[in-house]
Design a protein around this ligand. Structure first.
Ligand code: HEM
Ligand SMILES: [Cu+2]
Length: 549
């Protein structure tokens, strides 16, 4: 009986991989690529949910005095939207891309601790399910994504939503620390021969530094979450002023975590941009050393700025000045990066693929978000605009116009490696332009809304000319944004089945993940080419060409 050996058939899509067949092969997996895919898919599902919550809010805010939902429902929705986008979407998406690509880019067969990797994912997964369970257990958390005390006291929020919030973030926080440690050890110990740290791709550098942020920042949150649970369940009084506790203590804990967290959400995105821009400009990255070194500066400085979230709490002038100064300082290393990316594009022969379009939009939108951030570092501006829609505009320019656009660049760039199929460039372009228009239309006007006095987290507003018009415009464009995401899903579904077969290296890129098949086999490489420079695959092929001459 003759039997075709599956190993001899060319593998050109995930469905061809017999090792990945059946649900059990996923649940029991310790393969970094399967875990990466599970992170990315789960994060995307929660992204859709988070967008759904946002659209519901935008419907409520489409006209003044609307009754689409109650004020309490609105509180739950913005809390769940912010929490979902930060903890259930952005972080796991970045972790997924990191655990998938870091081993491939350094020429390793897996992460340093594959089982710990699986543990990190499942802690995230069940933590995420737990927080959504709160909707069925009396009500979702309702105190905002940073749950300021005393709103977390039982007297203010008696249903168990906030207990679910604290417990689920704690579970996910433990998983994040595990994954952070795993990534650090992987980068330190698993690099292929010849790949010194100073030859590691910038995405690897950024993930490496980012993991230090993760393991140093999340414990501050985890500790404070334990205190919230003690306050709510055991009648402790860490954060209740009426009983000698301190509400500001929570703010200090939260932002000592929270500000590094915003860098946790952006550094891997910087890494993606640092891979995409050189490949599609056909040039070496400009200022590799500066890009890496400025990241170290960001890591240190990000622990010295947290009180800029607390300028309105009555701090002493000395504290105000110190934190205003450090917050402006952190713009410098960030500005260096923007300069380096632009210098990389300068004079290059740019190919505006969908990935490159997203990367370019990232540069512009992230700069706008960065500038409104620097504006907040000026104390009087902060006093005027804090807790207004200006903040809502700022966070979305950084997290959506920045991180998410960078991740879309990464998805269009790496999708062929993960699935073996190229995404359609035609639908990609439609996806891109709808997203740029929808995003800027929804959020740019919010700067004005904030300046006009519209407070954030308000379920309705007065019928005054600038507010009524600006809210209506924002809501209409948010539908365009949601539609853009549907177009993306259509592209993914269509391309998984009928997309062009990618081959090993569709973009003529030069990092090691492109040396292996798409999708890569279970242990990634038959044999890894040693790294002799910053562009190991490129050097390797150059050498082969000269050898043949
Ligand atoms: C379709 C896309 C999105 C729309 C239409 C949208 C809309 C909104 C709205 C209406 C609010 C509440 C404003 C308020 O009442 O204060 C909000 C808050 C927020 N959004 Fe989004 N958003 C979107 C995507 C995102 C993404 C991708 C992220 C992060 C990666 C994000 C992070 C946040 C955060 C952190 C808050 C603050 C929540 C809080 O006040 O506790 N959003 N967004
Ligand atoms: Cu901050």
């Amino acid at each position: 009986m003759s039997e075709e050996s599956p190993a001899q058939r060319p593998i050109s899509s995930l469905a061809d991989m017999k090792e990945y067949r059946g649900i059990f092969s996923w649940i029991a997996s310790v393969d970094h690529k399967q875990i990466g895919i599970m992170y990315i898919v789960s994060a995307f599902v929660f992204f859709i949910v988070g967008v759904g919550l946002a659209i519901a809010m935008r419907i409520q805010l489409m006209e003044p005095h609307a009754h689409f939902m109650s004020p309490e429902t609105y509180n739950q929705l913005f809390t769940m939207h912010g929490t979902t986008m930060v903890f259930l979407m952005a972080m796991p998406l970045l972790f997924g891309v990191s655990v998938y690509f870091v081993p491939l880019m350094i020429g390793a067969r897996d992460m340093a601790f594959p089982r710990l990797n699986a543990l990190g994912f499942w802690l995230y997964f069940f933590g995420a399910l737990m927080i959504y369970f709160s909707f069925m257990a009396g009500g979702a958390p309702n105190a905002g994504w940073f749950s300021y005390a005393p709103l977390t006291e039982k007297a203010y929020s008696s249903h168990p939503g906030l207990d679910y919030w604290a417990l689920s973030l704690l579970v996910m926080g433990a998983g994040s620390v595990a994954t952070g440690i795993n990534l650090i050890v992987t980068v330190l110990t698993m690099r292929t021969s010849g790949m010194t740290l100073t030859r590691a791709p910038l995405f690897v550098w950024m993930t490496f530094f980012n993991s230090f942020l993760v393991i140093l920042a999340l414990p501050a949150l985890n500790a404070a979450l334990v205190m919230i649970l003690a306050d709510r369940q055991l009648n402790a009084h860490f954060f209740s002023p009426a009983h000698g506790g301190s509400a500001l203590l929570w703010q200090n804990y939260f932002w000592l975590f929270g500000h590094p967290e915003v860098y946790i959400l952006i550094l891997p995105a910087f890494g993606v941009i640092s891979e995409v821009i050189p490949v599609f400009s056909r040039k070496m990255i400009y200022g590799y050393d500066f890009l890496a070194a400025s990241t170290v500066a960001i890591v240190f400085l990000s622990y010295a700025v947290w009180m800029h979230h607390m300028f309105a709490t009555g701090l002493s002038y000395l504290v105000l000045y110190v934190f205003a100064g450090s917050s402006m300082l952190i713009a410098v290393p960030t500005g260096i990066k923007i300069f380096n990316w632009i210098a990389t594009m300068w004079g290059g022969s740019i190919r505006f693929t969908t990935a490159m379009l997203f990367a370019t939009a990232f540069l512009i939108q992230f700069t706008i978000g960065g500038l409104s951030g620097v504006a907040f570092a000026a104390i009087p501006i902060d006093w005027q605009l804090t807790d207004s829609y200006f903040v809502v505009a700022h966070i979305h320019y950084v997290l959506l116009g920045g991180t998410l656009f960078a991740m879309f660049a990464g998805i269009y760039y790496w999708f062929p490696k993960v699935t073996g199929r190229l995404l359609s460039e035609k639908i990609g372009r439609l996806n891109f332009w709808l997203m740029v228009i929808g995003f800027n239309g929804t959020f740019f006007g919010m700067h004005w809304l904030g300046a006009a006095g519209m407070p954030r987290r308000a379920y309705t507003f007065l019928d005054r000319p600038p507010l009524t018009t600006l809210h209506l415009v924002s809501s209409l464009f948010s539908f365009v944004l949601a539609f853009a995401i549907l177009v993306f899903i259509w592209n993914v579904v269509r391309s998984l089945r009928n997309g062009a077969v990618a081959g090993n290296n569709p973009w003529d890129a030069w990092t090691l993940e492109w040396t292996t098949t798409s999708p890569p086999p279970v242990e990634n490489f038959e044999a890894t080419p040693p790294a002799r420079g910053w562009r190991p695959f490129w050097d390797f092929r150059k050498k082969e060409e000269t050898d043949h001459d």
